[in-house]
Design a protein around this ligand. Sequence first.
Ligand SMILES: [Zn+2]
Length: 332
Amino acid sequence: MIEKKRIIPRIILILQALLRRLPLHHPKLHMISEELGKRMAGYKGEKALDYTLSFLDPKKYNILHDLRLPRNSHKDSFFQIDTLLITSKFILIIEVKYLAGTAFFDPNFNQLIQTKDGIEQALPDPTVQIKRQESQFINWLSKHGFPNITIYSCVVMSNDRTIIKTSPDNKTLNKIVIHRHSLLEKVKGLEDSMRIESATPKDLKKLIRTLKKQHEEQNPSILERFNIEEKDLLNGVICEACNHRPLVRKHGTWFCLKCKSRNNNAHIQALKDYELLINSKINNTELRKFLVVDSPYVAKRLLQSLHLPTTGIKKGKQYILLFDESRPRKHK
Ligand SMILES: [Zn+2]
């Protein structure tokens, strides 16, 4: 069964929020939408893999998506696994790549050369990446008391139309890199080749619990990376119908001066943007500035209507912008 679901990566939500909140001619817009495009392709590839995995017997296979686990030797350093398939006989680490065109695996220089529309681009070799993940995961397992489980790993090319190539002397590539539609066959092959169960149901339960507990969601500091400051971001509630901003608060609803539409909940997306880009907590003054609302009473009513958890009292009261229960995070 699916023990840890795949959700839209936070970085995608952040990049989308950033595109909404930058002025039309901001010099970084192009770089940001390019990055978003790459991330979306990756996510699309992972979703395609999920479809393939849905054909596996849920009683036999435990699946965990998007794990980010601490590395043993380095404090505050993590390694990531796209998908982990856990059975009583073995664990399979899956790295997903979604590429268009031709993918040439160059074993001599450890690079992946993608050719698309006649343009060549060198990318890090995922077969090297996955070997590194494998050794990090083996370390992690032994540290947490699961030393005897057999580990395999593979790179799944998730776009059915990718042409996979390598040099003629590279005979082992097809053991590591496979197309998405060969994955079920590979899993069955591994299953059949192993006689002995390397973990009891009790071990597996404990392992899955430990993995979920050790997973830590990433909160990438995108503003820093693109060298964008909070003051560069556009304030105000955005009209869902015509993208005009700021909407004005009128008779207990949001009103668009441009297209004249009304919306009761348009502030929720704005506060999600605030959480994604600025801070996970907000007070009355900050809300008024960001939503362009004058009245502290209106701001207070808006905040109270969301039933958010709070910290502090009176002037120090802050509301924790927690909209989605599936993304528990640590708050500063
Ligand atoms: Zn409008």
